[in-house]
Design a protein around this ligand. Structure first.
Ligand SMILES: NC(=O)c1ccc[n+]([C@@H]2O[C@H](COP(=O)([O-])OP(=O)(O)OC[C@H]3O[C@@H](n4cnc5c(N)ncnc54)[C@H](O)[C@@H]3O)[C@@H](O)[C@H]2O)c1
Length: 401
């Protein structure tokens, strides 16, 4: 059984690594550098071990390629490409369209096509299927299904195997084949009645997180105004054994999912005349946190940041990964620079960002901690500047939210 995975990023490479134990996997990506690296058995994704990749390469079960014709005899094609927002914050299906073109123009037999990219309800039925038919000239009758990815890069306790996976085919035959495919490396498969339910569930999962993060970020501001500790208050609320789930405040939300996916849901809601005001407000509150953080730092430092050296510690969007997509550090740095601060950043997990190298963790007037990786010593952060503001809740001696 030959499986082609379109896109070899966080989602695509993760699925390739798990599928490699049972299937011959072709990892198609249009980035030659990534493909070359993967063919040498070097993983660029946290959670996918290079040793595992090398094992599948040696066994003839994994090969990366930029050549579309390599997917021609696939039995299954998994699409795992980016689904970002356009400049005016609308769903951007350009990458999905390009993936459909690759599949439509190259696939030379009937196959099962599964989308794992996150998108709005109706994407597989109304967008991917027609696009592949357009690019292939309708030569083959394919099966179509959706199975949204739930990978949390860098997480140790939940992975492809033990995270329940939703799925639904456009037809019962597609559903059955999808179940057969994933059941090799996923313990629990949950079938839902339509692809639209699976697509909407994925968006709602991340919207739930976005809204709750916004709520706790707003509450952090209220707690500070009340002169009480937000962390102690949250711990107190969390002693309730039911009806409460603890979220922690931060400088904002980052990554490819939480700041983006809710906007996909809001877009389809508005198309159907439902004003998604709650989702939009949550997004605004999270984006405004960066300004709130810088306001607090400025107030604590004599009301001005002009000429002060500020070190932003941790620019990845979350701990222990090198991913900087949509990181809150970006907005914090913008606000700091707009107020005349001389800003550098330290994050040796990320290493290089916007062409700049991670600075030393020392010698600043002010340090602002956005993300605390496990490998970074808390004492070293506290020694990096006479004033340290922590947005992570991991440095109790620092000033903080
Ligand atoms: N990262 C996560 O934690 C996560 C979790 C669940 C779902 N998702 C969703 O999965 C999808 C993929 O996200 P990701 O994090 O893996 O993205 P990514 O940026 O890590 O990887 C995408 C890969 O696709 C490649 N690519 C882009 N266009 C291509 C094309 N036309 N043909 C072939 N390859 C192409 C890129 O070079 C890149 O290697 C998105 O819809 C995202 O919302 C991501």
């Amino acid at each position: 059984m030959k499986v082609s995975v379109i896109g070899q990023g966080y989602v695509g490479l993760t699925i390739s690594a798990f599928a490699g134990e049972f299937y011959e996997v072709i990892g198609f990506d249009n980035n030659q550098k990534i493909v070359d690296q993967l063919n040498q058995g070097v993983s660029h994704i946290e959670g996918v071990e290079s040793a595992l990749l090398k094992k599948w390469i040696k066994a003839g079960n994994y090969r990366a390629t930029t050549n579309g014709s390599d997917i021609s005899d696939s039995d299954i094609v998994v699409i795992a490409v980016p689904t970002p927002l356009t400049k005016d914050r609308k769903p951007d299906l350009t990458f999905i369209d390009a993936a459909c073109k690759t599949v439509g123009e190259n696939l030379n037999q009937s196959a099962l096509i599964i989308n794992e990219s996150t998108s709005f309800p109706g994407t597989i039925r109304d967008y991917i299927k027609p696009a592949i038919e357009k690019y292939s000239g309708g030569k083959f009758e394919h099966l179509y299904a959706i199975s949204p990815e739930r990978v949390d890069p860098g997480r140790g306790d939940y992975n492809q195997k033990n995270t329940p996976r939703l799925y639904a085919g456009l037809t019962p035959g597609a559903s059955a084949k999808t179940k057969e495919f994933y059941s090799k490396f996923c313990d629990q498969l949950v079938e839902v009645s339509s692809p639209e339910v699976a697509e909407a569930a994925k968006l709602f999962e991340n919207t739930f997180r976005q809204v709750n993060i916004a709520l706790v970020n707003e509450f952090a501001q209220i707690a500070n105004a009340l002169g009480i500790s937000v962390y102690e208050t949250l711990d107190a609320a969390n002693t309730k054994p039911y009806g409460f789930m603890k979220f922690t405040p931060s400088a904002g939300v980052g990554g490819h999912c939480i700041p983006v996916d809710p906007t996909y849901l809001a877009a389809v809601a508005e198309e159907r005349g439902v004003p998604a005001t709650f989702i939009k407000r949550a997004n605004e509150v999270n984006l405004e946190m960066s300004k709130y953080v810088v306001d607090r730092v400025q107030a604590d430092n004599g009301g001005t940041l002009q000429g002060k050296s500020v070190l932003v510690v941790g620019v990845a969007y979350k701990p222990n990964v090198a991913d900087v997509r949509e990181t809150a550090a970006e907005l914090v740095i913008e606000h700091l620079r707009a107020r005349g601060a001389v800003v550098s950043w330290h994050d040796d997990v990320v290493g290089i960002w916007h062409g700049e190298k991670s600075a030393d963790l020392s010698g600043a007037d002010i340090s602002v901690v956005i993300t605390k990786h496990d490998v970074v010593d808390a004492k070293a952060i506290m020694a990096s500047a006479p004033y340290v503001f922590d947005t992570t809740g991991k440095l109790p001696q620092a000033h903080g939210l």
